[in-house]
Design a protein around this ligand. Structure first.
Ligand SMILES: [Zn+2]
Length: 463
């Protein structure tokens, strides 16, 4: 989405706490300095189409990766596939001095009709512990399992090249590249199972994250990210990022606050999506994020859903132009139409762009300070608005954002020094705007914008 550059009018009416009085253009809501750019571009440049193709070819070679398929063969079925992902993560870990903890996060599930018998649902997960803030966690995930037309058919070939070997390839490529560096926060790379049978792998990973006490800042759920030839159009210059506006786990308390002060379009997942949009705008020339203000595609679901239900900010990343003749289809040809999710439907330059967006977003989030806590606004029946927050470690500055209540994206901004924890926005009437604050490091790494109040808190208490 193109960001509205609207700092001018706002800056002219502000008198206090302004470090950049001549500022004429609002900075983007994502990290943007020369240092950030050079570091993120260096990460982006390592994303390899050859590597992505190799991952997907290998996943397709397992014939089917259906959740109920064979687990004993070393060449066919979900068991062989997840052990392969595990072994790849272990190889990456060996290459970085054992920087990755590789674990199977798993549970045995019975859930008729799609999981009629007790079935081990095992997620291959690699954890790269953060150096200074390891309890802050950023997760990238895709689902390894595949299917054909009948959701219970676990024997027919189900290549799942795009749904969702493409997402798992983005996860693995991000792990390969990011494991070469150290980050303040923890990165988690997850190849989930059981998605097509009812989002079981996502639910199992969410429960694991809760049990670990992780403070999950972001979940990037990549599902169907490799095809550019949709039924209606060829689109290779943008990707959709779906996000919820109201928390899926909204408590009565947060619901009451939302009805009182607003925030229907500012769940943390939404501000995470805007952050990804800013990363694309700043660091991926020619590639755009289409923000979709929905938790998922119309009446559909994915593994971001159990994550937001657990209270974690999670978005769904999906190609801009889907091709339904390729998804969940028996391999066949009818008339002129080829059905099935085969690798010839994957556009590798496109998948590489989506992977770059993910890897840069993770690096940026893991290097930036945490979003400020306890962001509050005050100023009812007043001509000014006062914004306060609790300091974030390593914040060199904060950017206060506000926008029209009808604007889908942040519009106006004011930067204040990192020593401040409040600012007065003169002649900004609180009733007429939405407000948020982000923390910026000395190098220019930005946290996501946190919407004011508990409605927008990234680390809200789970309920
Ligand atoms: Zn999928």
């Amino acid at each position: 989405m193109k960001m509205i550059k609207a700092g001018i009018a706002a800056a002219s009416i502000l008198a206090t706490a302004c470090t950049t009085p001549g500022e004429s253009v609002a900075p983007p809501t994502a990290s943007s300095s020369a240092t950030v750019k050079s570091q993120l571009v260096a990460i982006s440049a390592q994303v390899s189409e050859t590597s992505l193709r190799g991952y997907i070819e290998k996943m397709v070679s397992f014939g089917t990766r259906h959740t109920l398929s064979d687990t004993t063969s070393n060449t066919r079925g979900i068991g062989a596939a997840r052990r392969w992902v595990e072994s790849e993560f272990k190889s990456m870990s060996a290459a970085c001095g054992n920087c990755l903890e590789v674990v199977m996060v798993q549970d045995t599930i019975t859930s008729p009709p799609r999981v009629p018998n007790p079935t081990l649902i095992a997620n291959a997960v690699a954890i790269q512990r953060g150096t200074t803030d390891p309890n802050r966690v950023i997760i990238i995930q895709g689902h390894l399992d595949s299917r054909v037309t009948d959701p219970l058919n676990f024997t027919s070939d189900a290549p799942g090249a795009n749904d969702d070997a493409s997402g798992v390839a983005a996860v693995m490529e991000s792990a390969r590249i990011l494991s070469k560096q150290k980050f303040s926060a923890t990165l988690v790379f997850a190849a989930l199972s059981g998605e097509e049978q009812g989002l079981h792998g996502g639910r199992i990973l969410a429960a694991y994250a809760r049990k670990q006490g992780w403070e999950v800042l972001a979940v990037l759920n990549n599902d169907i990210v490799g095809n550019s030839h949709g039924l209606a159009a060829h689109v290779d210059n943008r990707v959709r990022v779906f996000s919820e506006g109201v928390r899926s786990n909204e408590s009565e308390e947060i619901g009451a606050a939302r009805r009182s002060v607003g925030g229907e379009v500012d769940a943390p997942a939404r501000n995470l999506a805007r952050y990804m949009d800013g990363i694309a705008q700043e660091h991926l020339p020619g590639f755009d994020v289409s923000l979709v203000y929905r938790r998922d595609r119309f009446s559909r679901g994915g593994d971001q859903v159990p994550m937001v239900e657990a209270g974690f900010p999670a978005v769904r990343v999906t190609e801009a132009a889907e091709n339904y003749t390729r998804q969940h289809q028996d391999l066949r040809t009818e008339g002129d139409i080829h059905y099935g999710d085969t690798i010839d439907g994957v556009d590798f330059p496109y998948l590489a762009r989506v992977t770059r967006l993910n890897a840069m977003t993770m690096a940026s989030l893991a290097t930036a300070p945490r979003p400020p806590r306890e962001v509050k606004v005050d100023g009812a029946v007043s001509a000014n608005t006062t914004v306060t927050w609790t300091a974030s470690d390593n914040a060199a500055s904060y950017i206060i954002w506000w926008r029209d209540t009808t604007s889908p994206i942040w519009q106006h901004s004011q930067t204040v020094p990192g020593s401040e924890t409040s600012a007065v926005l003169k002649s900004v009437v609180i009733d007429d705007w939405f407000f948020g604050v982000q923390a910026i490091s000395a190098d220019g790494y930005a946290s996501p914008v946190q919407f004011a109040g508990i409605v927008g808190a990234f680390f809200a208490p789970a309920n």
